[in-house]
Design a protein around this ligand. Structure first.
Ligand code: ADP
Length: 265
């Protein structure tokens, strides 16, 4: 194998001197690629048996009324957990695709209609929490991958719903300025302790493990957001205060913007 990977670090000292460090990372990259392949293959293989299990559990659920209540409860729980596992596998597959494949050709994405759809979905899933979910969006399209951006923005919006107690206020704001175009998803929910913020985009990292048990998330949402933004030349910024709320900002450079003129009609 002649595919050698070298990493260079150049440090400047004063005007003249430079320290150049060269590291052979061939082995490291090879191990990383093996790990990514393993995760992708294992997730893929788990998908089929799980589909069969959930399918049967769904059939049992249809007969719930005819079963003793103990059984009904158990089947309902098994079905919920199998769905959770399916979400986890889907997120693992998506993440490994984002990490290992090149970004496909980008085309114009109508962000405003995407955000309207996400707002509608968020209102539906948060009905019993009675949140107010507001959307303010400038008519700006960007170049990108529709499905990837939709899952990244969706993760932020649904997290805001999940981590905000009843009667919360959530605001989705899409706007442009001299620096570029930005999405802000702001809530007045639980907030996050400062020390957790730098690690939130790591896989399975959760600010408070106990919180997770009743949210049903996969722990991969923000890792997906980070990778999607990287593939779009963007970056994620997290501002939060424990007990006061959070704001997740996606920043994209102006070069991503497609339409400079307002559409008519
Ligand atoms: P999860 O499936 O656990 O929601 P994510 O990767 O989407 O995984 O988020 C990682 C962690 O970041 C969450 O477990 C939670 O602790 C914290 N978090 C994410 N969004 C918010 C938010 N809007 N408010 C408070 N905490 C949040």
């Amino acid at each position: 194998n002649h595919d050698v990977r070298l990493e260079f670090h150049i440090t400047l000292f004063g005007r003249q001197d430079r320290l150049i460090l060269c590291r052979d990372v061939t082995q490291l990259r090879h191990l990383e690629a093996m790990r990514e392949d393993f995760v992708a293959n294992a997730s893929h293989e788990l998908r089929t048996p799980l589909t069969v299990i959930s399918g049967y559990l769904e059939t049992f659920l249809d007969y719930q009324d005819t079963l003793p209540s103990r059984w009904g409860r158990a089947i309902k729980q098994m079905h919920e957990q199998s769905q959770r596992m399916q979400n986890l596998i889907n997120d693992l597959l998506l993440l490994s695709r984002l990490e290992t494949t090149h970004s496909p050709d980008h085309s114009p994405v109508a962000v405003v209609s995407m955000l309207k759809r996400l707002q509608g979905d968020a209102i539906t899933i948060s009905q019993n929490k009675k949140h107010s979910i507001e959307l303010e969006a400038e008519d700006v399209d960007i170049l990108g991958m529709d499905t990837e951006l939709s899952s990244a923005f969706g993760n932020l919006v649904f997290n805001a719903v999940k981590y905000t107690p009843e009667n919360g206020k959530i605001k989705i704001h899409w706007y442009r300025d001299e620096q570029g175009v930005h999405l802000s998803v702001k809530d007045n929910g639980l907030g996050i302790d400062e020390r957790h913020i730098p690690r939130l985009t790591e896989r399975f990292y959760r600010a408070d493990a106990s919180r997770h048990s009743n949210t049903g998330g996969t722990g991969l949402g923000l890792a997906i957001v980070k990778h999607v933004l990287l593939r779009h030349g963007g970056r994620l910024e997290i501002k939060s205060k424990l007990g006061a709320g959070s704001e997740f900002l996606c920043h994209f450079p102006s070069s991503r913007i497609v339409n400079n003129l307002k559409r008519t009609g």
